[in-house]
Design a protein around this ligand. Structure first.
Ligand code: MOS
Length: 749
């Protein structure tokens, strides 16, 4: 195995770790009994509906609520003129990260279409909608700037990474690629829309939220609302996904909360699908110039990436397109720069694989173009420039098997049968295109606490203030408790999605698994120790008076270490004898330690894509994807495969369908609905073959698991455009691939 680390801890895999275990929360979801944020109802609850701006740039001249106020059922209308006293913002800024720097209705400026300018609260949802429509707003409008070309003059340029000297290395390189790649604004479209149901009891808030981070949400809201943290509780038991859009609080949450306090009534605010396109973030548009210089035999000598992304007028959101560029390949001369340009759009936010995913579209597309110039196989080109050292930091990778991803993928896909000549491969009367691209995403861990209770009824409970986005967090946590205690998974209760639990991490950056698993293992081990100590206490116990360190617990039975587990006694019987309701253990994990800091930690992958192009009717389909993921140890084969397959489906959308289109005249996202914003559906889904290499990461935590929420999307789009080029001879450098782009193809069947 490459890159072995001498003092690698020993792994002790058991049957439950790596098992193909269905989601333990699946029955609740499929029977409709899982409660999502907007499913909560309370007596006396009122409904809040935002009024959205109908201009994208300008100022509110007047806002007349007279008519709305007299409408049936309307109880409150908030706007710039009356909201200030409702916020009791604590001094010293936020205790966490927010999505938008500015509080709602802060002034009369409008900087994007659909911006909240007022909030109407009424007895029923219908009355609130009618009231919102009756608020009369007049604007002083200026022409908005939603120009898609990001060539603004003289933006501030930041150097993100630099080594060697590209200024001399690129011009003198024998083979050069110098192209610009564009990815559009994309909007998160989880099934579940953002929502807040806020309650206030005169002292404390409970907010039922769609949050990828209940603890961060609590910290932000406590400061926004000017109350101590213990007076804000955030509940997110289930999420209908988020894709990053729900990482940090958006203004609707604070609006619902201040309304609940003002009226002393529960308030429900559901962000509509239309508002999802303007008020709760998006992946910003990127424009990336790539320059690669190479020797004639395919060794990289110079690599440059100069990217820009759009951001809003009020926040500086950088889409980190150079996430993978500095370390994916060996190259002595490198430079990555970034710049922001402002547009009249809502504030962007992370979306699955932020930065890396659009960045790899550019890098891996340029690598494919280089392979063609070199007349070299694109897999071969990548293998040739592989490295086991992160050349941006000089650190070795903790575990990098990119080469194996490419080789395994090539074998599974049948890459050896590829004829590189454009349009040369046929299946019946369609043309086949085969493309490949690499994938990468960072691997990190943070801090978490957990509590494990082994109960006297033979069940166990594990709790943590984190949440399950739908990815399988509930299930993998139960697996770890089962692994440490031998208690079967169906007797383990997992409690998440509540900020009043011991603090857990945000479900973001594919870090939650690596962060929490060590803390659960720690808590479970401590709970077992407590159970053993308890087992020696009662006089009726067969272990009475023994030294607890001579005992072990196997398969839920306490026994003498030197004797077989079958001789033991179920731990719950011993707890009952001792009159103890539960053996409780606390556990914690921290960010990567000093040892881990000596390594560069990332996941890798390879995407192999087949497209079918029917030039007779101009039909393009992605027909087959082989994806190989080096994501550390896999804890659950079903949930992990779902994550990657789902990301590949999203990648088909990124390649062929997804784009938020802003009307150039008025800044309206004209496809801001589920019918016109196309995401891939079952009918678009190719045959997907997911393979995990399953090499545990030796520095990230004792199970060696890295996150896999995002890596599956990386590399799909550039593999699609490479396959499209192979089929049609048309190189598409601006996503998504449109049929219009392919009509210039001269290939016929
Ligand atoms: Mo992910 S974009 O960190 O939800």
């Amino acid at each position: 195995m490459p890159n072995a680390i001498p003092d690698m801890p020993s792994f002790s895999p058991t049957a439950v770790i790596g098992a193909a275990l269905p989601r333990i929360d699946g029955p609740l979801k499929t029977t409709g009994s899982a409660q999502y944020a907007s499913d909560y109802h309370f007596p006396g609850m009122v409904h809040a509906v935002p009024v959205c701006s109908t201009i994208a740039n300008g100022k509110i001249r007047s806002l007349d609520v007279t008519r709305a106020q007299s409408m049936p059922g309307v109880v409150l209308i908030l706007h710039h003129g009356n909201i200030a006293p409702l916020f009791r913002m604590a001094p010293g800024g936020h205790g966490g990260r927010t999505s938008e720097a500015r509080p709602p209705f802060e002034d009369e400026t409008v900087s994007y279409w659909g911006q909240y300018v007022a909030l109407v609260v009424a007895e029923t949802y219908e009355q609130a909608v009618a009231g919102a429509a009756a608020v009369q707003v007049q604007y002083d409008e200026e022409k908005p700037n939603v120009t898609t070309v990001l060539n603004d003059a003289n933006p501030t340029v930041h150097t993100e990474s630099k080594r060697g000297n590209t200024e001399t290395a690129f011009p003198s390189a024998p083979i050069k690629v110098d192209e610009t790649y564009v990815t559009p604004a994309e909007t998160h479209n989880p099934m579940e829309m953002h929502a807040t149901v806020a309650t206030w009891d005169g002292k404390s808030f409970i907010l039922y939220e769609t949050s990828q981070g209940v603890v961060n949400h609590q910290h932000v809201m406590a400061e926004t609302l000017g109350v101590p943290r213990e007076n804000v509780q955030i509940i997110t038991r289930f999420l209908g996904s988020g894709f990053g859009g729900k990482l940090f609080p958006w203004p609707h949450s604070a609006l619902a909360a201040v309304t609940a306090r003002q009226l002393n009534r529960p308030v429900k605010l559901v962000v509509s699908r239309k508002m999802m396109f303007t008020d709760v973030g998006h992946r910003p548009r990127t424009q990336q110039q790539m320059r690669i210089g190479a020797t004639p035999d395919g060794k990289l000598v110079s690599l440059e990436q100069h990217y820009r992304n759009h951001t809003s007028l009020t926040d500086d959101i950088r889409e980190n397109c150079g996430e993978a560029t500095p370390f994916l390949y060996s190259v002595p001369n490198l430079q990555v720069t970034s710049a922001l340009v402002r547009r009249n759009v809502g504030t962007p936010t992370p979306m699955r694989g932020p930065g890396a995913v659009p960045g790899l579209f550019a890098l891996e597309s340029a690598m494919d173009e280089l392979a063609i110039k070199l007349n070299m196989d694109p897999v071969e080109l990548r293998l040739k420039n592989d490295t086991l050292t992160d050349e941006s930091s000089g650190k070795p990778f903790s575990s990098r098997h990119y080469k194996e991803c490419l080789q395994t993928g090539a074998e599974k896909f049948g890459w050896a049968k590829r004829n590189s000549k454009i349009g040369s491969m046929r299946k019946g009367d369609v043309i086949l295109g085969w493309g490949v691209a690499g994938a990468s995403w960072g691997a990190f861990r943070g801090a978490a606490q957990t509590v494990v209770a082994l109960k006297d009824d033979g069940t166990a409970r594990v709790s943590c203030g984190t949440q399950d986005v739908g990815t399988g967090t509930y299930t993998v946590f139960a697996q770890v408790v089962s692994d440490r205690t031998g208690i079967p998974v169906n007797k383990i209760q997992v409690v998440l999605g509540d900020s009043s639990l011991v603090p857990g991490p945000t479900s973001g950056g594919s870090t939650a698994t690596a962060t929490v698993l060590p803390a659960i293992a720690d808590a479970a081990d401590n709970a077992v120790k407590v159970a053993l100590t308890t087992a020696v206490k009662p006089a009726s116990s067969p272990f009475a008076g023994k030294d607890p360190t001579t005992l072990s617990m196997t398969g839920g039975k306490v026994h003498i270490k030197t004797q077989p587990p079958e001789t033991g006694v179920p731990y719950e019987s011993l707890l009952k004898m001792a009159n103890v309701a539960a053996a409780n253990g606390e556990g914690q994990s921290g960010p990567m330690g000093a040892k881990a800091q000596e390594y560069s930690t990332h996941s890798f992958g390879a995407q192999f894509v087949e497209v079918e192009w029917d030039p007779g009717i101009a039909r393009l389909r992605v027909s087959r994807v082989v994806t190989v993921i080096d994501g550390g140890r896999i804890i659950n084969r079903i949930t992990a495969t779902n994550q990657i397959a789902g990301a590949v489906v999203m990648g088909v959308g990124m390649g062929l369908l997804e784009q938020t289109i802003y009307d150039q005249r008025n800044g309206i996202p004209i496809n801001g609905n589920f019918a016109d914003y196309l995401v891939s559906t079952c009918a678009d889904m190719p045959k997907i073959d997911v393979t995990f290499l399953d090499h545990p990461d030796p520095v990230l935590g004792e199970y060696g698991a890295r996150g896999i929420g995002e890596i599956g999307l990386a590399g799909v789009a550039p593999a699609i455009t490479a396959a499209v080029y192979h089929a049609t001879g048309v190189r598409v450098r601006e996503l998504p691939v449109r049929i219009e782009d392919l009509l210039t193809s001269t290939i016929t069947v």
